[in-house]
Every structure is written in structure tokens, then in C-alpha cells.
Write a protein that binds this ligand. Structure first.
Ligand SMILES: [Zn+2]
Length: 245
């Protein structure tokens, strides 16, 4: 072996990684914050010493990641995003589709997030939250409702509970996870022999969970949502939890 064999190639960061690192540094040291406009494409390309096409490509990557929003027109340009968008959902959807995470991973993560959310919601939620949660359940009671609509409202109910904890990250993460598995959930409902019978059980369990939240019985509410979610997986999956739900 010659000395040359021990040389490691220099790791070359891609342009977008360098642009991202510089933006991150500026956010950390307070020179940039959410809502700020980045300099114009022309200025930024010169400052960073990159070509305009490769800067544009970097900005598109940052846009897909939900870091910047590219606005067109007069006040156009790249703006640092304040509220979380669909970046995480889109990524998670593909990762789940690629089976990078198993359904058991999804179920266990959901159970952890949902039981925490329901218990905290019992202590932190307001009367407005209760009213809005009840309104979602009222809409789910509509006898003419179809399976996809029922499923969307089901997701909305669980999301709204997470939001009422006041923890935006948990709510966002739960929403992303739920949106990512939405298609599979709808398919699973469609495969149920009698989805309306399942829907009756789901309705009753939701009312019970909401009632426990209103009564501030966090521990019982957490147990109820745990049973609600794991039962649904058991109904939908013949072989344990190895199926969407
Ligand atoms: Zn539910």
C-alpha cells in the first residue's frame, strides 16, 4: 500500500448545501429571521460567488424543503418562511411509500403523539377548542357522508386535539404523519366489509374522548385514544398491525 492510498477525497458540498449553511448561520447569529427577504437573485449570486442557474436551483431546493417561499412580481424574491408548510408531509409520504418506515413504526409513533396530545389537551384546551371539536364530530354524524370525507374529518378531529395542546410542533408532526398515510387510510376503509359499522364505533369513541377532555380526565382520555387507534389497526389488519391504518 502506498501513502497515496490513504488520501481521502475532499468532501464537496453541493451549492444548495452551502447556501443553506450560510442562511442557517445568519439566522443563528440574528442577521436573518422569518419573514425576511433574501437579497435579489442577481445580488445573492454575486455575493455567494455562484452562477445564477445554480443559485436558482438552490432556492428551489430550499423552497421544496419549506425554508423559503419564492414570491413573484414587484415585491418578489425569496422570503424566509415563518409557518411550517407541506415540506415534511411530502417527504414523509414518499418515505412511507418507499417502506423506509414500517406500519408498526407509524402506529407506535402515532400512539405516542396521540396519547400525549389527548392527555395534555384535557388540561390545556379551552371552551372554544371543545366547541370546534364537537362541530367536527357533528359533521361526522351526517348519515350521507362517504368514506373519504369521514376519514378527512377523523384526521381533522385528531389534529384539532393536538392543536389544542398549544404545542405547534406536535400538532404539525402529527398532521404530517396523518396526511402522509391518508391515502392508505382511505383504501383501508374502502376494503372494510361494512365501513359504516366501523364508523359507528369510531363516532362513539370520538364522543367519549371529547367528553373525557372536557371533564379534564387526561389519564382516561389517553387510554381511550390508545384503544381507539390500536383497535382500528386490528380491525383493518388481518395479521396484527402489519397494514395501513
Ligand atoms: Zn379517530
Amino acid at each position: 500500500m502506498t501513502a497515496n492510498d490513504r488520501w481521502e477525497p475532499v468532501q464537496r458540498l453541493r451549492t444548495y448545501e452551502q447556501v443553506m449553511a450560510q442562511i442557517e448561520q445568519r439566522i443563528l447569529d440574528g442577521r436573518l429571521k422569518a419573514g425576511d427577504h433574501l437579497p435579489s437573485e442577481r445580488e445573492l449570486a454575486v455575493s455567494l460567488g455562484v452562477s445564477r442557474p445554480s443559485l436558482r436551483e438552490s432556492l428551489r431546493v430550499l423552497e421544496a424543503l419549506g425554508v423559503v417561499e419564492i414570491r413573484r412580481g414587484g415585491e418578489g424574491g425569496a422570503v424566509l418562511v415563518q409557518t411550517p408548510g407541506s415540506g415534511m408531509v411530502n417527504l414523509l409520504k414518499l418515505q412511507i411509500a418507499l417502506s423506509q418506515f414500517s406500519w408498526t413504526d407509524v402506529l407506535e409513533t402515532r400512539l405516542a403523539l396521540e396519547t400525549w396530545s389527548v392527555e395534555e389537551a384535557a388540561y390545556r384546551s379551552t371552551e372554544d377548542d371543545h366547541r370546534e371539536l364537537a362541530a367536527i364530530l357533528d359533521r361526522m354524524d351526517d348519515p350521507s357522508i362517504d368514506a373519504p370525507e369521514f376519514n378527512s374529518l377523523d384526521a381533522a378531529f385528531h389534529m384539532r386535539i393536538a392543536e389544542s395542546t398549544g404545542n405547534a410542533l406536535t400538532a404539525h408532526f402529527m398532521g404530517s404523519l396523518r396526511t402522509a398515510i391518508h391515502r392508505q387510510m382511505v383504501e383501508m376503509y374502502a376494503e372494510l366489509e361494512d365501513w359504516r359499522r366501523t364508523a359507528t364505533t369510531v363516532r362513539r369513541e370520538h364522543r367519549e374522548i371529547l367528553d373525557l377532555i372536557v371533564r379534564k380526565d387526561g389519564k382516561t382520555a389517553a387510554r381511550a385514544v390508545h384503544a381507539h387507534i390500536s383497535d382500528f389497526y386490528k380491525i383493518g389488519a388481518i395479521d396484527g398491525v402489519d397494514a395501513p391504518g
